[in-house]
Write a protein that binds this ligand. Sequence first.
Ligand SMILES: Cc1cc2nc3c(=O)[nH]c(=O)nc-3n(C[C@H](O)[C@H](O)[C@H](O)COP(=O)(O)OP(=O)(O)OC[C@H]3O[C@@H](n4cnc5c(N)ncnc54)[C@H](O)[C@@H]3O)c2cc1C
Length: 229
Amino acid sequence: MLTAPVGAQLVHIDQFHGGPIVEETHANPNFVIDAGQGIDVDVRGHRFMDEIYTYTQKSMATATKTPENMAYHIIDAHWPKAESAAKKFLAMNTKVLVAQTPEELAKRMGVDPKVILSLFKEYNDALAANKLKELNPPCSLKEPQPLNKAPYYAFPFQGGITATFGGPKINANAQVINNEGRVIPGLYAVGNAAGGLFYGNYIGGTQLGGATVFGRIAARKMASLHKNN
Ligand SMILES: Cc1cc2nc3c(=O)[nH]c(=O)nc-3n(C[C@H](O)[C@H](O)[C@H](O)COP(=O)(O)OP(=O)(O)OC[C@H]3O[C@@H](n4cnc5c(N)ncnc54)[C@H](O)[C@@H]3O)c2cc1C
């Protein structure tokens, strides 16, 4: 953005890649929200995304679809790793809500117990009738389990940004391109400060790879210019 006044061509400014995080402690909750069981709800106790989403999709949906950027992954003792996951959260000084009944869990979440009871009923009924995909939003989990086995857990998480895709467009020499498609002499951008390398999504490792490769290219280019002066 700082390069806009010099006429840099800004691209993909609305694009980013996300990962789930617990803001307070920076704990990584991937292992819980990728469990393949349970439901994801906002702070009002409403589902807002398909639970089949990957952790990346879940974090981006949480960031863009909940006003507070805050969600809970609700799961119960059907998940064999529930207890150890709760212990892992606590070991990261991160809060996890545990309760023996859905009503108690709702109270701990600060949600009206009627909302959670009706949500559990809707989910369990749809599962029993093999109609989870007809829910709004649909739940397309491959091996869903009912929510009826205490204890019940609510793991909090938020959508975090791992990398921005937007910024001043660069060429293969990491040089910033202006609005007329020409190089702006002496101006380079790499890593999260550069735009145009990624769009929509990215292959694991390529953000770090791109930052390193283009960082080296830019440094070599600048060093060679300095040498020639
Ligand atoms: C949780 C998480 C997981 C990720 N996982 C992956 C992954 O698996 N694979 C992958 O490819 N990418 C991953 N990324 C993305 C990747 O880390 C970034 O895209 C990459 O680090 C960007 O490199 P960068 O050099 O542009 O910025 P950064 O690595 O953020 O470096 C910028 C540096 O500048 C310093 N700085 C800032 N302001 C100033 C200032 N005014 N003066 C001096 N120094 C300053 C900062 O302290 C920092 O050290 C992940 C990111 C996060 C947050």
